[in-house]
Design a protein. Structure first.
Ligand code: PLP
Length: 431
């Protein structure tokens, strides 16, 4: 189903699927197949030539994945999407679809550690120059841009700092210079729509809030269809010059009868075809289930996180609570500007006066809350970054990334709020 007038809460249930054409099943079936019977040799050759769109092989497309792609694309306000095997695969494809050896891109310094490693090490080894910009001043993106800059990259609500990225300010700079902004919106689905603020491409680790139940790894890239690749053609040879891997197709030309989907079509029919990091139909089904309750869950995550933040603020063991609504100055202004009114996300951090030892003791004392390296689960999760996710960094590097020795990260779940607070309370009393 495709009805742009539906509210996001309704799109989450209805976008991209009405019923199965052969069985009338209301739940999207798991099309657990590798391949699809062609009607004729002409049909097969049309599909391969992209003169007709349809299923060829599950590495490249699958009807269950297609429902997820359509649903997320409509929820986000995009024109098309591509499901892949993980959030890491999504950010890899999002960049490699524009950059080749000798090119560069500018990224915010406030990044998930896995993305940082991908950019600073693996992309560097591939000959892609990654330039890191402090997002507190959007002009830093302009300063690092040159004729070889292919895109900007940022996370909407990066942890541990939880300072909302200036999406519109950096998109405006990109529009002026002809550079698209890619936004990782993993931590803020439903409560932020980056495309409304000028982002050209949105990506998610669906592993987190979208799946919501901690059972499947996946990722998705959504194309806004808003970026004019042809106008800035010299910057995007991968989209505007003949592709030797596809009979010399020029993607911006080839998609003319299909709509503004050059970016996402190329990602599917070249990168996904060649690299093969596809989402399994079973995982796509789990993510579709997740999306159906995502708006409800996000409300509860945000309400509970807000209550936990208020509770922690009053505690003598805690020196600082890091939560968007508790910030001041530009970070608070951006939280209000970019996040849905009254919703500040499900992630929060706090610093324990007792430092590293107190942080570890707190985590070891939790009873209901899980100690795991994940976010966005329906269950409340906690981690002490200094002794886990950030332990390879020096204390100075940890501080630069926003991690102090006593910092604890919570991904607040949807349990009854008093149970979450009771568990935190007893763990605080034990330190
Ligand atoms: N982006 C963000 C913001 C993340 O937090 C993560 C994982 O924690 C990723 C991307 C990578 O996602 P995945 O684990 O699905 O590869």
């Amino acid at each position: 189903m495709s009805d742009k007038t539906l509210h996001p809460n309704s799109l989450a249930l209805h976008a991209g699927f009405r019923s199965d054409p052969t069985t009338n099943s209301v739940a999207p079936p798991i099309y657990q197949t590798t391949s699809y019977q062609f009607d004729s040799t002409e049909h097969a050759s049309n599909l391969f030539a992209l003169s007709e769109l349809g299923n060829i092989y599950t590495r490249i497309m699958n009807p269950t994945c297609d429902v997820l792609e359509q649903r997320l694309s409509q929820l986000e306000g995009g024109v098309a999407a591509l499901a892949v095997s993980s959030g890491q695969a999504a950010s890899t494809f999002a960049i490699l679809n524009l950059c080749q050896s000798g090119d560069n891109f500018v990224t915010s310094t406030d990044l998930y550690g896995g993305t940082w490693n991908l950019f600073a090490n693996t992309f560097k080894q591939l000959g892609i120059d990654v330039r890191f910009a402090d997002p507190s001043n959007p002009e830093n993106f302009a300063k690092l841009t040159d004729e070889k800059t292919r895109c900007y990259y940022a996370e909407t609500l990066p942890n541990p700092k939880l300072e909302v990225f200036p999406i519109q300010e950096v998109s405006d700079i990109g529009n002026e210079l002809g550079v698209p902004l890619i936004v990782d919106n993993t931590a803020a689905p439903i409560i932020c729509k980056p495309i409304d603020h000028g982002a050209s491409i949105v990506m998610y680790s669906t592993t987190k809030y979208i799946g919501g139940h901690g059972n499947s790894i996946g990722g998705v890239i959504i194309d806004s269809g808003n970026f004019d690749w042809e106008k800035n053609g010299d910057r995007f040879p991968l989209l505007t010059t003949p592709d030797p891997s596809y009979h010399g197709a020029i993607w911006t030309e080839a998609v003319k009868p299909l709509g503004p989907i050059a970016y996402i079509l190329r990602a599917r029919v070249t990168l996904l075809r060649d690299v093969g990091a596809s989402m399994s139909p079973f995982n796509a089904f789990n993510f579709i289930q997740g999306v159906e309750t995502l708006p409800l869950r996000m409300e509860r995550h945000c309400e509970n996180a807000n209550l936990v933040a208020s509770f922690l603020k009053e505690r003598s063991e805690v020196s600082k609570v890091i939560y968007p609504s508790l910030m001041n100055g530009p970070p608070l202004d951006r939280a209000h500007k970019y996040l849905k009114s009254g919703f500040f996300g499900g992630l929060l951090g706090f610093e324990l006066k007792g430092g590293r030892e107190a942080g570890q003791k707190f985590i070891d004392s939790l009873k209901m809350i899980y100690h795991v390296a994940n976010i966005g689960d329906a269950r409340t999760l906690a981690i002490h970054p200094a002794s886990t996710t950030h332990s390879q960094l020096s204390e100075e590097e940890q501080r630069a990334s926003g991690v102090t020795p006593g910092y604890v990260r919570l991904s607040v779940g949807i349990e009854y709020h008093e149970d979450i607070i009771r568990d935190i309370d007893q763990a605080l009393l034990s330190i």
